[in-house]
Ligand binder design. Structure first.
Ligand code: TRP
Length: 452
């Protein structure tokens, strides 16, 4: 099996290549689009604090666990779980965890591609001078216009999906390393420029207060769940994406150090996006809780006002598109890897199958913003439902299972051998993954269903 899998999937060329790919997966729409809008919807500071605690206390240890499992199993998540369960003498049904992960990745990509399509549409809107108006109402109209048009959205969604599948088809390495190496620092730099602009907008302090002054009366159980779910979402955890990347990782790479870097970079990008956006929201008297359109209704205002705004506007949405692309690849990779291993498909065919199915669901997501907007499930449109189901339920459940598996099922000697941490470090990780993470996730769920 090992020989076969290695010849199918190959290894990363170096530790650096893995870091690039995993950072590319983590940094995406979750940081720049989702983090600001859910922070706005959930009242700011207290929500941000809970999110940061979840990243540190759950995200980091679970990411270490997920990479470690991938490297030990060396296959797609479904088969990795099977191998690891066998090795630990545990119930083979653990491999259903791999299935749930594949399903989650598929459901996320369906709507992720639609939102990535919006950012592609905005590259062109920026290019053709769409942001020149300095009026918040005009900028909002630009966004409403896109929302109302299934044709425009389907066009961009289709294009994004085709590009994603093209990249996945060539195998995870090729263009990915280059894309992350060049575009990621550029994105970071542009965010700094936007933060610089936000400082001059007049409401900088108000924006910072909103983000960093916690007011716990503003959050309820569901907000805590959203914050926890987002910690998983933004780090690409709980569905096997990082596991599959870990499976291509050469031995003798420090998993813990690598994880600190990825989680750190991801968090900094999200916070910068928040710091760039909220001062603009307040300066222009916009609604903090305006939902998924938030960045599309605020950042163009900055580009419309600032020197060089045309260029920065085009560049920003281009970089956002690249960041989305390096994430979307990891959402579909577990499914494609599984098709290649178990259905004896070649990569190309696996991509066409997985991509087409995902595209179709994405079309329904597009309709949920316009012609099907009135169809609600539990008070949410299809987009909201998919997002809740995946980010708030499937990913935390996946993360919980990963913690239970590595903390309670897998032999600790195996984990120790894989991680090669100093004794103290290993102890801290082990307590977090075994004694802290499982009850913490569980308690949040109990709180949401109103047990206490
Ligand atoms: N982390 C990415 C983002 O923040 C999204 C993503 C990519 C993801 N792969 C994933 C989320 C796997 C959950 C699981 O945009």
């Amino acid at each position: 099996m090992t020989d076969k899998t290695q010849s199918i999937h190959k290894e990363w060329s170096s530790r650096f290549a893995f870091i690039l790919a995993a950072t590319g997966s983590a940094v995406g729409l979750g940081n720049i689009w989702k983090f600001p809008y859910i922070t706005g919807e959930n009242g700011g500071g207290a929500f941000v604090l809970v999110y940061l605690l979840c990243v540190a206390g759950l995200g980091v240890p679970i990411m270490i666990a997920e990479i470690m499992m991938g490297r030990r199993g060396r296959q797609s998540p479904v088969n990795t779980m099977q191998t690891l369960a066998r090795e630990a003498g545990a119930d083979p049904r653990w491999h259903y965890l791999g299935w749930m992960g594949m399903a989650a990745g598929f459901l996320i990509l369906a709507y992720y591609s639609v939102i990535a399509g919006w950012s592609m549409a905005y590259i062109f809107k920026a290019f053709f001078g769409g942001f020149f108006s300095s009026d918040a109402a005009d900028i909002k109209a630009l966004f409403d216009d896109l929302m109302a048009s299934p044709v425009q959205q389907i066009f961009w969604h289709t294009l994004f999906m085709v590009i994603t599948m093209q990249v996945v088809m060539r195998g995870v390495r090729g263009g990915l390393e280059k894309a992350v190496r060049f575009f990621m620092p550029a994105l970071f730099f542009l965010l700094l420029i936007l933060v610089g602009y936000a400082m001059t907008s007049g409401s900088y302090q108000q924006g910072l207060d909103f983000l960093f002054t916690p007011d716990f009366s503003k959050i309820d159980a569901d907000a805590v769940l959203t914050a926890m779910g987002h910690a998983f979402f933004t780090l690409s955890l709980g569905m096997g994406a990082i596991m599959v990347y870990g499976s291509y990782l050469p031995g003798h790479v420090s998993i813990a150090k690598t994880t600190f870097f990825i989680a750190g970079a991801d968090t900094v990008v999200a916070l910068l996006a928040g710091i760039a956006i909220f001062p603009l929201v307040f300066a222009n008297h916009l609604e903090v809780a305006s939902g998924p359109g938030l960045i599309f209704q605020t950042l163009p205002l900055a580009f419309g006002h600032m020197g060089g705004g045309w260029l920065f506007g085009v560049l920003f949405f281009l970089l956002l598109f690249v960041a989305a692309l390096t994430s979307s690849i990891s959402l579909i990779e577990p499914g494609v890897a599984w098709l290649v291993e178990n259905r004896d498909m070649d990569r190309a065919k696996a991509c066409v199958w997985a991509g087409s199915a995902c595209w179709l669901l994405g079309v329904a997501v597009v309709f949920s913003f316009n012609i099907w907007a009135e169809y609600k499930f539990f008070g949410k449109n299809l987009f909201g439902l998919l997002d809740y189901l995946t980010a708030n339920l499937m990913l935390p459940i996946g993360g919980l299972c990963i913690a239970v598996f590595t903390g309670w099922i897998m032999k600790s000697a195996h984990a120790e051998q894989e991680l090669e941490l100093p004794a103290e470090g290993f102890k801290v990780w082990y307590v977090l993954i075994r004694n802290f993470a499982p009850p913490a996730v569980f308690l949040v769920f109990l709180h949401v269903i109103g047990v206490f």
